[in-house]
Design a protein around this ligand. Structure first.
Ligand code: CMP
Length: 138
């Protein structure tokens, strides 16, 4: 079990003005922000980040959406970070997400689902290193 996860606040939630609300829930749930930046992905960088999904039918749509506006990327620290963060954000499809979860509150569809959360300890490290250098992690 690692104590690190990686998240992005996605373009739908940034455009709708939910950065503050989402960060508030993350901090209230006991996560510490180890690194954070607002940035914008190109089609190419979105494609690299989501390469694991390149064979999926929604890959093109996913990359277009993720490069359609600003995102907020962050590395978060907490005991049991992967599982606890996935509980906090709720199911990938907001229609199936539990009441009070970030996706239930802020997401509109399975594609535009407000936040990303790493699915494993190994991917949290890979994803965090995709966005942040050693000098940017505290
Ligand atoms: P995320 O946790 O960022 O990881 C992969 C993303 O692919 C996922 O959130 C969804 O936004 C997206 N995704 C998964 N399934 C579908 C789908 N059926 N249609 C469109 N997008 C999807």
């Amino acid at each position: 079990m690692s104590n690190i996860t990686f998240t992005m606040i996605k373009p739908d939630a940034v455009k709708a003005g939910h950065i503050g609300g989402i960060l508030d829930k993350i901090c209230a749930a006991g996560f510490r922000i180890k690194a954070m930046k607002m940035t914008k992905l190109s089609m190419e960088t979105a494609g690299k980040f989501y390469e694991v999904h390149s064979a999926r039918p929604f890959y093109g749509e996913l990359c277009e959406f993720m490069s359609s506006g600003h995102i907020v990327a962050a590395i978060l620290e907490k005991d049991n970070a992967i599982a606890d963060f996935r509980t906090l954000i709720g199911a990938t499809n907001p229609a199936e997400a539990a009441e009070g979860t970030i996706r239930k509150m802020y997401a509109t569809s399975i594609g535009e689902n407000a936040v990303h959360g790493s699915d494993s300890d190994d991917n949290a490290i890979i994803e965090g290193n995709f966005f942040f250098s050693g000098l940017e992690k505290f």
